[in-house]
Design a protein around this ligand. Sequence first.
Ligand code: IMP
Length: 191
Amino acid sequence: MTKLYCATGNAGKLREFRMAAESAQVEIELLPGFKQLPAALEDGATFEENAIKKALHYAPHAAGKLFADDSGLEVAALGGAPGVYSARFSGPHATDDANNRLLLKKLHGAANRKARFVCAIALVEGERVVEVFHGAVDGMILDEPRGSGGFGYDPLFYCPAFGCTFGEATGEQKFSLSHRGQAVRAMLASL
Ligand code: IMP
């Protein structure tokens, strides 16, 4: 069975990655000692740049191929923000709740609620970037959260194809359509 190491501190993401791997006969293992390693600097201007930076930062600690993702929410009425700053939207010690509250505050009264989740996954081996995979999904930001599933901005992200938010969808449902699901499936198909 092919084994890939994953560099993420986000339990929600790891859960989603493993969901895809199960059916693809690939084992996804959190990089051993990940939490003890110094964090990667995420100062890139794009999701792709940050995903590559993260993956190359952790690759020397992996005995084989490793991947890292960078993802976030782009909101049309905010000119694409929070974008690469999605995790830290409300400050350096941001929580999902605080980020969601700030998003609602900034969108208060806005008629244009269009948003999209974007994901880039960089697969690397040692110092070599094997490939970068992409995914994106369009939706709308509601004016109050709905559902408690998923993580991050999921309870505010209304997915027209489901008729509910990602927070109300099951994990499998979300992953069948999500930005991360698209990118992971592309990566697994490339192996
Ligand atoms: P990253 O760890 O730098 O990639 O941060 C991604 C951030 O974007 C997360 O902390 C969330 O705030 C947001 N985000 C990315 N993907 C999702 C998703 O699938 N659902 C909800 N929020 C997401």
